[in-house]
Write a protein that binds this ligand. Structure first.
Ligand code: GDP
Length: 360
C-alpha cells in the first residue's frame, strides 16, 4: 500500500499529528496489518462514493482505500553525520513512497523550538540539508565506482553522467524532486541509486487555530515549497476531531473557517502527489475502493485484487460511478446501455465500478 514517511524537527507536532492519525482506529478490525508496528498508522482515504455503492448493492461493509503513515523520528541538524538517532532514519525513509515534512508555524512560548525561534523556511532547509547530505554521501561512493566501470563498459557512461548531474543539483543545495527533472536528471536512474531526495515531498504546516483561515499566510507558505503540495492543519485540533462524531467534527472545522480535516487533506494530497487514483468494486458483501496508478490498464488494476486476476484476465464489466448512481441500479444501468465490456487495453478511469472476468 501507499506509504508516506513523516519527518520533521523535534517539537513541531509530529507525534501529535501521528497520534491523531492512528487514533483513527475504525479500520483495525478490517485491516489486521493496521497494528503491526507502533510507528505505522493506516488511515482510510475518505470516499463518499462507497456509502452510495453500499446502498445500491446492499453491501454489508465498506472498505476504503488506505494510506499508511510511518513516523520517522531522528532527523535533527547533523543527523546525516550520526547526530541524534543518526542514520537509522535513512532506512525508514528509503521504504517510503513519499516524504511528508511537518513544519511548525504555530507560536507557543511553552513549546521550545530547537533553534530558539519559529521559522518555517529555515526548518525546511535544515531537513532538506540532512537529506541532501545523505544523498551526497551515497554519490561519493557511486560516482567513482560508475566512472571506473564506464571506462571498461561504454554503456555505463550514461549512468555515470547521470550520477554526476544529480550530484551537481545536490551540491547547489536543491532536492532532486524539486530540481532534478529541470536539470535533466533521469529520475528513475537516480531512484535506482537509492537517492532519497528523488521522492515526492509534501509539506504539512502545523498552524495555530487562528492561522487556519489566514489565506495570506497560506499563500506565502505555499510559495515557499512550490511546486510541492502543502497541507495546513492544527495538530492539536486534529486530535480533538478524532473524538467527535462526523457532524460535530464538520461543525468544529467550519467554526475555524476550514472545510476538510487536515488528515483528510493529507490523504487526498498524498494520492495526488503520487499520481494515484481509485476504482471501485461492489456486491452484497462489500463495497471497496482499490488504489492504482493513473494510466493503468484493466489487467494491471485486476492484479491489485489478486495476481491471478491479472494473469487470467479476460475482460472487465465497467460502469462509471456517476452513470450507475444516475441509473439507480446495475440492472437499470445495463438497460440504459451504460455498462461496457472492456478488454485488456482499457485504461482505467477514476471511479470506474468494475467486475472482472478471468480464467483460473
Ligand atoms: P514532535 O517532537 O514533532 O513529535 O512534537 P510533539 O507532537 O511531541 O509536540 C511538541 C509539543 O508541541 C507538545 O507539547 C504538543 O502538545 C505541542 N503542539 C503540537 N502541535 C501543536 C499545535 O498545533 N499548537 C500548539 N500550541 N502546540 C502544539
Amino acid at each position: 500500500a501507499l506509504t508516506i514517511g513523516i519527518v520533521g524537527l523535534p517539537n513541531v507536532g509530529k507525534s501529535t499529528m501521528f497520534n491523531a492519525l492512528t487514533k483513527n482506529n475504525v479500520l483495525a478490525a478490517n485491516y489486521p496489518f493496521a497494528t503491526i508496528e507502533p510507528n505505522v498508522g493506516v488511515v482510510p482515504l475518505p470516499d463518499a462514493r462507497l456509502g452510495k455503492l453500499a446502498e445500491i448493492f446492499g453491501s454489508e461493509r465498506q472498505l476504503p482505500a488506505t494510506v499508511s503513515f510511518v513516523d520517522i523520528a531522528g532527523i535533527v541538524r547533523g543527523a546525516s553525520e550520526g547526530e541524534g538517532l543518526g542514520n537509522k532514519f535513512l532506512a525508514n525513509i528509503r521504504e517510503a513512497d513519499a516524504i511528508c515534512q511537518v513544519v511548525r508555524a504555530f507560536e507557543d512560548g511553552d513549546v521550545v523550538h530547537v533553534d530558539g525561534k519559529v521559522n518555517p523556511a529555515s526548518d525546511i532547509e535544515t531537513i532538506h540539508t540532512e537529506l541532501i547530505l545523505a544523498d551526497l554521501q551515497t554519490l561519493e561512493k557511486a560516482v567513482p565506482r560508475l566512472e571506473k566501470e564506464s571506462r571498461i563498459k561504454k554503456d555505463v557512461r550514461p549512468a555515470y553522467e547521470n550520477a554526476v548531474a544529480a550530484q551537481k543539483v545536490l551540491e547547489e543545495g536543491k532536492t532532486l524532486y524539486a530540481a532534478g527533472p529541470a536539470a535533466g536528471v533521469d529520475m528513475d536512474a537516480a531512484r535506482g541509486l537509492g537517492l532519497l531526495t528523488t521522492k515526492p515531498f509534501i509539506y504539512v504546516f502545523n498552524l495555530d487555530e487562528d492561522q487556519l483561515a489566514d489565506a495570506d499566510l497560506h499563500a506565502s507558505l505555499r510559495e515557499l515549497v512550490a511546486p510541492a503540495d502543502a497541507v495546513f492543519l492544527n495538530a492539536k485540533l486534529e486530535m480533538d476531531l478524532m473524538d467527535m462524531s462526523a457532524e460535530d467534527a464538520q461543525e468544529m472545522l467550519e467554526s475555524f473557517g476550514a472545510t476538510e480535516s487536515g488528515l483528510d487533506q493529507l490523504a487526498r494530497v498524498g494520492f495526488h502527489t503520487l499520481g494515484l487514483q481509485t476504482y471501485l468494486t461492489a456486491g452484497p458483501k462489500e463495497s471497496r475502493a482499490w488504489t492504482i496508478g493513473q494510466g493503468w490498464t484493466a489487467p494491471q488494476a485486476a492484479g491489485v485484487i489478486h495476481t491471478d486476476f491479472q494473469r487470467g484476465f479476460i475482460k472487465a464489466e465497467i460502469v462509471s460511478f456517476d452513470d450507475l448512481v444516475e441509473a439507480g441500479s446495475m440492472a437499470a444501468a445495463k438497460a440504459a446501455g451504460k455498462v461496457r465490456m472492456e478488454g485488456k487495453d482499457y485504461v482505467m478511469q477514476d471511479g470506474d465500478v468494475v467486475e472482472f472476468r478471468f480464467n483460473v
